[in-house]
Design a protein around this ligand. Structure first.
Ligand code: SP5
Ligand code: ZN
Length: 344
C-alpha cells in the first residue's frame, strides 16, 4: 500500500493540554507519527512518498476561508500582540456559545475563541506548518486513489476529524478526512462514504457533510453521553436537508470489546454498501485499543487485524486517514495489523 507522509508534522510539538480539568502532559505528540512511519517502513508495506503542496481551493471547499486564514496567520498575530515568543502551547479561554456573537474581533483572545471549540488543543509556533502538511498528506493520498490506485494510507499528523468548518478542537485543525473525501469527489467520484472508526465521534467530518447527500458519513464511537466530544455524535443525528439519511452514528458503551464492536461494524459496512459509494475514506483512529491512555474501549492488538480485514472487504477505492491513538508504544503493531489485515 502506498503511504503518504510528511516529516513536517514535528513542527507541531505540544507539551501540555487541558484534560481532566487541569493542564496535563500532551498526548498528541510527534512520536506518534514517528512510530507509525517506522512500522510502515519495517513491515515493507510499500512506497512512502511526501505530499504535494496543499491546494488551498480544495481546503476552502470544506472549511471557511477566514478560518484557514486565522490558522495560517496565528503565530504572527501572537508575536504581533507582543506575547511570549518562547511559549510552546497556547489556549483559548472564551467562546461565542449560543447567545453570544461570532464576531471577528481585533483582539487575539477573541479570535482564538471564535475559531475553536475546546481548550484541549494546544497551538504553537509551527502548528500551521504541520497542519498544512497533514492536510496535504490526505489530499495527495486521495489524488493517487482518484488516479487509479486501489488504496493509499495518509499518515496524517496532527489528526483532523474533530476540525469543524470554522473551528479547531480535539487536537485537530484541518479536517484531513473531509479534504480526502472532497478531493475524491473532485477527482470524479460521484459519491463518497466516510467511515470513522476513531474512538471519538468525528464531529467535524459530520458537520462538514451534514447537509450533503454526495458524502455519506458513518461513525462508530464511544457514546458522547459519557465521552468527548459530548455535544455531537448521538444516534438521532441523521443528516439535514439534502443530507437527511446520509449520516449514521453508532455510539457504543464505555468498555466495548471486539465482538460487540464487530457486530456494529458489519451493520455499518452493510449500510455503506447499500449507498454504493464510488470511493471511501476511512478515518482510522487506533484509540479503540485497550491500553489507550485517554480512551475506554478494549480492542486488543490482534483485533486490529480483524478490523483491517473487515474494512478491506469493501472493494471500493479507499483512502485510509490516520486519526487518533495515544498508546504510543502499541501504535506500530496496531497500525501494521490494521493495514496488513486490510490488504489480505
Ligand atoms: C483525534 C482524537 O482522538 N482526538 C481526541 C481528543 C480528546 N480530547 C479530550 C481528552 C479528554 C481526556 N480525558 C482523559 C480521561 C483519562 N484520564
Ligand atoms: Zn480519538
Amino acid at each position: 500500500m502506498l503511504t503518504v507522509f510528511s516529516p513536517d508534522h514535528i513542527r507541531h510539538d505540544p507539551h501540555v493540554e487541558m484534560a481532566d480539568g487541569k493542564l496535563v502532559p500532551a498526548v498528541e505528540i510527534p512520536r506518534r507519527a514517528e512510530m507509525v512511519h517506522f512500522a510502515v517502513l519495517e513491515a515493507e508495506l510499500g512506497e512512502i512518498i511526501a505530499p504535494d503542496p496543499l491546494d488551498r481551493a480544495l481546503v476552502e471547499q470544506v472549511h471557511d476561508a477566514s478560518y484557514v486564514q486565522f490558522l495560517e496567520s496565528f503565530w504572527q498575530r501572537w508575536l504581533d500582540a507582543g506575547r511570549d515568543p518562547n511559549v510552546d502551547d497556547t489556549f483559548p479561554f472564551v467562546w461565542p456559545t449560543p447567545g453570544l456573537r461570532k464576531v471577528e474581533t481585533r483582539h487575539l483572545d477573541g479570535l482564538m475563541g471564535r475559531y475553536s471549540f475546546d481548550a484541549g488543543t494546544p497551538m504553537g509556533s509551527g502548528t500551521w506548518q504541520a497542519v498544512s502538511a497533514s492536510a496535504a498528506t490526505a489530499q495527495t493520498a486521495a489524488i493517487k486513489v482518484s488516479e487509479g490506485l486501489p488504496h493509499a494510507f495518509a499518515l496524517c499528523r496532527p489528526p483532523g476529524h474533530h476540525a469543524m468548518p470554522d473551528a479547531y478542537g480535539g487536537y485537530c485543525f484541518l479536517n484531513n478526512a473531509a479534504i480526502a473525501a472532497q478531493a475524491l469527489r473532485n477527482g470524479g467520484a460521484e459519491t463518497v462514504a466516510v467511515l470513522d472508526v476513531d474512538y471519538h465521534h468525528g464531529n467535524g467530518t459530520q458537520a462538514i457533510f451534514y447537509n450533503r447527500s454526495d458524502v455519506f458519513f458513518a461513525s462508530i464511537h464511544a457514546d458522547p453521553m459519557d465521552e468527548y466530544p459530548y455535544f455531537l455524535g448521538h444516534a438521532d443525528e441523521i443528516g439535514a436537508g439534502d443530507g437527511e439519511g446520509f449520516n449514521l452514528n453508532l455510539p457504543l458503551p464505555i468498555g466495548t470489546l471486539w465482538p460487540d464492536y464487530a457486530n456494529v461494524l458489519s451493520h455499518v459496512l452493510a449500510q455503506i454498501e447499500a449507498f454504493k459509494p464510488d470511493a471511501m475514506v476511512i478515518s482510522l483512529g487506533l484509540d479503540t485499543f485497550e491500553r489507550d491512555p485517554i480512551s475506554q474501549f478494549a480492542l486488543k492488538n490482534d483485533d486490529f487485524k480483524t478490523l483491517g480485514a473487515a474494512l478491506g472487504g469493501a472493494t471500493v477505492p479507499t483512502v485510509i486517514v490516520f486519526e487518533g491513538g495515544y498508546a504510543v508504544d502499541d501504535l506500530a503493531v496496531n497500525a501494521v495489523n490494521t493495514l496488513t489485515g486490510f490488504l489480505d
